[in-house]
Design a protein around this ligand. Structure first.
Ligand SMILES: [Zn+2]
Length: 403
């Protein structure tokens, strides 16, 4: 490749731009799981509360100048701040190298940024903020229509296959879901109703989009991409929901972990130990029949300091008891990725993510660390691999199977 001054200029521009985005992502990672605004107030030291001046807030540079310490209180600043800025700068440059100066850069960078926040919040809190997953899904649908380049103009055959795949997966999930409701005599919540409505809306929407596209030449590419995005959201979410439903029906491990109480009580570990002492769970966190004997929140015995959160704690354990092998956070993340990348990549990511997860899980088991690992980061790695190398991988697989 010829390297000219213009290239160098864009390299520096995308590196710097990525670092600035990374600096904002750091704010999201800290504030989103605490339900705080990511805009106000401006950045301040979490320990001494002193506002951070602009010259101490320059991405990458300030961290090195300050030698990882707050200027006011000299407390160390976590390395994560620097790493997120560095990683986002790297992704920004790599995305430019892969896609060139094209409109595909907008959705691609938004997608990578969202995955970075989702992964780091998931590692620390074992949740994925709805702003990222659900908000990201809507953003992915809109961006697909406005900047269709990431979907690479799906052919009619690809969209028709996608419609079938999304429809069949949704139907299978629905059947399993109602089977589970009847079997465990569960109630149909408001939330479930919304998911059902959204699924129907998306399936009708993708059909409308590719049916209307030939009649609207001006936004034809956008409508085809939107159809692919809607199919992707349904395919991604249902593929993971399917494995979760199978797990809940046939394996139904009901394990309470300290992460279930993080952000709810000050000492999640202490609460879990107390629950074990009272026989509600065993040492591994498996729910015991003693919990079933507790009829209401008032009957649950709790350690001191947890009284105020009694109802919430009871509800959390109850939701584990109703089965929760696959978190809704991961399912929503799959819907988001499908909206950005389309149904083929959502399917591909679904199949490659377990390999990353299994490799990491194996290392953890060998080192005898806790084996409850968040799945979000592995999905994120798979999605990023699909964003950059998905087409290549898909072609190889098609050749392998003679398609
Ligand atoms: Zn400070």
């Amino acid at each position: 490749m010829m390297f000219s001054g213009i290239d160098g200029f864009f390299y520096v521009l995308f590196l710097a731009g990525g670092a600035i985005i990374g600096s904002f992502l750091n704010v999201c990672i800290v504030r989103m799981p605490r339900n705080e605004s990511v805009v106000f107030p401006s950045s301040h030291c979490p320990r001494c509360q002193v506002a951070i001046r602009w010259f101490d807030n320059i991405p990458l540079v300030s961290f090195l100048v300050l030698r990882a310490r707050c200027r006011a209180c000299r407390q160390p600043i976590p390395w994560r701040y620097f790493l997120v800025e560095l990683v986002m700068a790297g992704f920004s440059l790599w995305t430019y190298i892969c896609f060139g100066l094209s409109w595909a850069l907008v959705p691609a960078l938004a997608f990578v940024a969202a995955l970075l926040v989702a992964s780091l919040v998931d590692i620390e809190w074992r949740i994925i903020p709805d702003e990222i997953s659900v908000g990201g899904m809507w953003a992915g649908l809109v961006l697909s229509f406005v900047f269709p380049a990431l979907h690479k103009g799906p052919a009619a055959g690809v969209l028709l296959t996608g419609a079938s795949v999304a429809f069949i997966l949704a139907a299978v999930c629905l059947a399993l879901y109602f089977f589970r409701i009847l079997r465990y005599k569960l109630a149909l919540g408001d939330w479930d109703r919304n998911v059902l409505l959204l699924g129907v809306l998306f399936l009708v929407g993708q059909w409308a989009a590719y049916t209307l596209a030939p009649f609207l030449p001006l936004c034809q590419a956008g409508l085809f991409a939107l159809a692919d995005a809607l199919q992707g959201a349904v395919t991604g979410a249902c593929a993971l929901w399917f494995t979760g439903l199978v797990g809940e029906i046939f394996i139904s491990k009901r394990i309470v972990t300290e992460y279930d109480f993080k952000g709810v009580v000050d000492d999640p570990e202490g609460l879990l130990k107390s629950l074990a002492r009272d026989g509600y769970v065993d040492a591994q966190g498996n729910l015991q029949p003693a919990f079933r004997a507790v009829k209401s929140a008032a009957g649950l015995s709790l350690p001191a300091g947890c009284e105020a959160k009694r109802a919430e704690i009871f509800e959390i354990i109850q939701s584990v008891d109703e089965g929760g092998v696959m978190g809704w956070g991961d399912i929503k993340l799959m819907a988001m990725a499908g909206a950005f990348l389309g149904w083929q990549m959502a399917g591909l990511a679904f199949f490659i993510a377990p390999f990353f997860g299994a490799a990491y899980g194996l290392v953890k088991i060998i080192r005898r660390q806790d084996t409850a690992i968040p799945y979000g980061p592995f999905l994120a790695i798979a999605f990023i691999a699909c964003l950059y190398w998905g087409d290549l991988l898909l072609r190889r697989i098609m050749v392998l199977y003679g398609l």
